[in-house]
Ligand binder design. Structure first.
Ligand SMILES: *Cc1c(COP(=O)(O)O)cnc(C)c1O
Length: 238
């Protein structure tokens, strides 16, 4: 593919995905405006990320600290939010605080504590989402559904952070029904926790759905889908 046709494909992909999101939302009795589209930009070069931004993307997600820091200067981020969506090691928190608008994959009380500490030091409030391991997979990071509420209560007391919602990466599945049940389980947890009206917990974001399953996620209540390869093509990990 030439660079020009690749650049064109980015805009076409975004248009198609927005259409699919709207269609799934309307079918589920939701308003399409309830769902935000994040472009996941890991491994993507700045010129292509900037094209996605020209095509209306106002939210990007990166999952490696070093990669984001090195690309950031070349990105047109004036009106764009950047979220960190990868697994974050506590020793890297310092480098990313104040640089991203949200840390999505907070997967332990220890990590939340470190984000709190670094945020206080810089007189900032950092918005976070809690990552839930909704399929209970051993290989995955995240809070288990059972342990979540106690962790939320503990984290909600930390200063310098604000819990805005939850995110998940469900188990890989080809079966739309089982995907939907993972997403609907997370939505139920989200509603249960919101219903407890805890101080400093404002459950407004339910970040779920990726290239292969964003339609099912929107059907089940996602408010933010994180889409990479369906926008930029299959990643080339070097
Ligand atoms: C890479 C990544 C995505 C996007 O995955 P695609 O399948 O390329 O859409 C979404 N969320 C997280 C946490 C990721 O690491």
């Amino acid at each position: 593919m030439t660079e020009k046709s690749y650049l064109d494909s980015i805009g076409e992909n975004i248009k198609r995905i927005r259409y699919n999101i709207s269609e799934a939302a309307v079918k589920a009795g939701r308003s399409p405006e309830e769902v935000r589209l994040m472009a996941v930009t890991k491994t993507v070069e700045p010129v292509f990320i900037n094209r996605a931004i020209e095509c209306g993307i106002d939210l990007i997600g990166e999952n490696r600290v070093q990669e984001f820091l090195s690309k950031r200067g070349e990105l047109s981020l004036e009106n764009v939010e950047a979220h960190f969506i990868g697994h974050l090691q506590t020793n890297k928190v310092r480098q990313i605080i104040g640089i991203v608008d949200m840390i999505q994959a907070v997967d332990s009380v220890r990590l939340a504590k470190e984000i709190s500490k670094c945020s206080i030091k810089q007189s900032l409030t950092t918005k976070i989402l809690l990552e839930v391991n909704i399929g209970g997979e051993e290989s995955k990071f995240g809070f288990t559904p059972d342990g979540l509420i106690n962790s939320v209560i503990e984290i909600a007391q930390f200063e310098g952070i604000e819990i805005k919602g939850m995110m998940t990466v469900p188990p890989i599945s080809e079966n739309p029904d089982s995907l939907r049940s993972f997403f609907s389980n997370l939505r139920q947890l989200f509603i249960d926790i919101e219903g407890k009206k805890l101080d400093n917990v404002n459950m407004s974001i339910l970040s779920m759905g990726m290239s292969e399953d964003y339609v099912e996620a929107v059907t089940e209540g996602s408010t933010m889908v994180r889409v990479g390869s369906a926008i930029f093509g299959n990643r080339n990990y070097r």
